[in-house]
Design a binder for this molecule. Structure first.
Ligand code: ATP
Ligand code: MG
Length: 467
């Protein structure tokens, strides 16, 4: 196989000077020596905490083919000199886009970007070679890094694009130049950084600033901002709009779904064709994401039937709905780990997923919730409003100052325990879990709810499978 970048194309792409050749074929791009693989080109980026130039010696020790630097630094190996390392990675990303013949999608939205990207990897993979962003690499360094990694041979590519502030998406999508732009949903996430939900919708609509002429916008028909986003897409030059959702006018329309433990069976009407498919990740929200994904598949000209079939292979990612069995004395309980992050939209989705779960004999549906962060002045209200979503839940365990607002609204019979932070909740939660229970843990990353999932798994290891 040809390398990701020839030395010549790499130097031209970055605009770098100095190096005569690379130490090895350039087969990847890295900005972090902890995950650097032999053959990667190392970009010494100045981060918030560390200056990447300090790690150039480690990069070469781990087999970097070349280091891109903006000043003299230690380390023995070929160094490509540029005025600004992040800008050079952006230039290389633009070169990757210019040489690519891939059909490209950009995914943004308040929630569901990574889940949709992961589903697209499977769905498009049924039609050809796909490249996707790693993890949630969706910001001012994540997008250029992901694009610079695009192999020339890829037939499809999917890039996640995120934002915390207005104006962040525009330069990123102009780099990606997608043929299809998917907006999963507009909801109050990071609303502390915005004046209103309208302002969030306007910032998401920046995704059309980089859409290729006559490209396709894939939009959520159920969302209040559908009309607004359609108008913005057309104003941005979109040639086609594909809508998805439960709305009867949706092009990719949900008819019915059956939720099972760990997966869903979906009956949908895809551009007028009745279709049945299985989705290997649980929750109605994931089903709605999958309809958007199929909209992108259609927009990029990949095979829709093969794509729908491939969705059966989806697996929830770490902290996003993965299930484990807890081996208790006298039985088992189920842990649903949603601890990766939380905001009002994903909290509601996770509570509805828990409400749809079937506990074992005598078991309860237990929600363990930590604070949702970055909600600014709306925080108290948005926490308290979750009380309306607790209908299908038997017990609530909660922690964090904002969750006190929800706790105050919960009837005594549904109260488990409240603590100031997650570590103070750990012992009480472990003591309370009983055979048959389904326990769902969720909160913002900063609320450190992951440690509760770890505590439960450590205390109650999964039973050995019977032979
Ligand atoms: N359509 C949806 N509606 C509500 N919640 C969703 C939806 N899709 C995913 N979620 C939930 O939102 C959380 C984050 O999902 P995911 O990682 O896919 O989002 P993201 O947009 O990539 O987030 P980030 O901005 O952190 O990268 C998970 O808990 C997931 O279950
Ligand atoms: Mg993400």
């Amino acid at each position: 196989m040809s390398p990701l970048w020839s030395f010549k194309a790499f130097m031209a792409g970055t605009g770098a000077e100095g190096a005569e050749s690379a130490a090895a074929p350039i087969n990847g791009i890295s900005i972090d020596t902890r995950s650097l693989q032999p053959g990667d080109a190392y970009f010494a980026i100045q981060g918030d905490v560390h200056d990447g130039h300090k790690f150039v010696p480690q990069a070469f020790e781990k087999g970097a083919s070349i280091a891109v630097v903006s000043k003299p630094c230690e380390g023995e190996g070929p160094k490509a000199l540029v005025p600004d390392v992040l800008a050079a990675m952006g230039s290389l990303a633009a070169a990757a886009r210019a040489r690519s013949k891939a059909r490209i999608a950009a995914v943004t939205g308040s929630v569901g970007k990574t889940s949709s990207k992961q589903a697209l990897q499977l769905a498009l993979g049924a039609s050809g070679q796909v490249h996707v962003s790693d993890k949630s690499y969706n910001n001012h360094w994540g997008v250029p890094l992901s694009l610079a990694r695009l192999p020339q041979e890829a037939e499809f590519a999917v890039f996640e694009i995120g934002m915390n502030h207005p104006g962040e998406i525009t330069p990123l999508v102009k780099l990606v130049r997608p043929h299809a732009a998917l907006i999963t949903i507009v909801a109050p996430v990071h609303i502390g950084f915005f004046k209103s939900l309208d302002e969030i919708a306007a910032a998401k609509a920046e995704i059309f600033d980089g859409l290729e002429p006559d490209g396709t916008a894939v939009l959520n028909r159920d969302n209040d901002y559908f009309d607004y986003l359609s108008a913005q897409a057309k104003a941005g030059g979109a040639g086609r709009i594909i809508s998805f959702g439960a709305h009867e006018a949706a092009d990719m329309r949900l008819n019915m779904l059956a939720q099972h433990d760990g997966y869903s069976c979906v009956s949908a009407r895809l551009l007028g064709e009745e279709t049945l498919y299985k989705l290997g990740a649980p929750g109605r929200h994931m089903v709605l994401n999958s309809l958007g994904v199929l909209g992108v598949v259609e927009a990029l000209g990949a095979d829709l039937a093969l794509a729908a079939l491939a969705l059966a292979g989806m697996q929830p990612e770490a902290g996003r709905g993965g299930r484990s069995i807890l081996g208790l004395r006298g039985g088992t309980a189920v842990l649903i780990d949603e601890s990766y992050n939380a905001n009002p939209a994903s909290m509601r989705a996770a509570l509805s997923l828990l409400a749809a779960a079937r506990p074992g004999a005598g078991g309860r549906r237990i929600a363990v919730l930590g604070d949702m962060l970055e909600l600014g002045d709306a925080a108290e209200r948005l926490h308290a409003e979750l009380a309306d979503e607790l209908g299908g839940i038997d017990k609530l365990f909660a922690c964090g100052p904002h969750m006190a607002a929800l706790w105050a609204k919960v009837p005594a019979g549904a109260r488990g325990i409240y603590a100031e932070n997650s570590s103070q909740l750990a012992d009480a939660l472990c003591e309370s879990v009983a055979s048959g229970d389904v326990v769902m843990i969720k909160g913002s990353l900063g609320s450190r709810m992951g440690l509760l999932a770890e505590a439960l798994k450590a205390r109650y290891p999964a039973p050995e499978p019977r032979q």
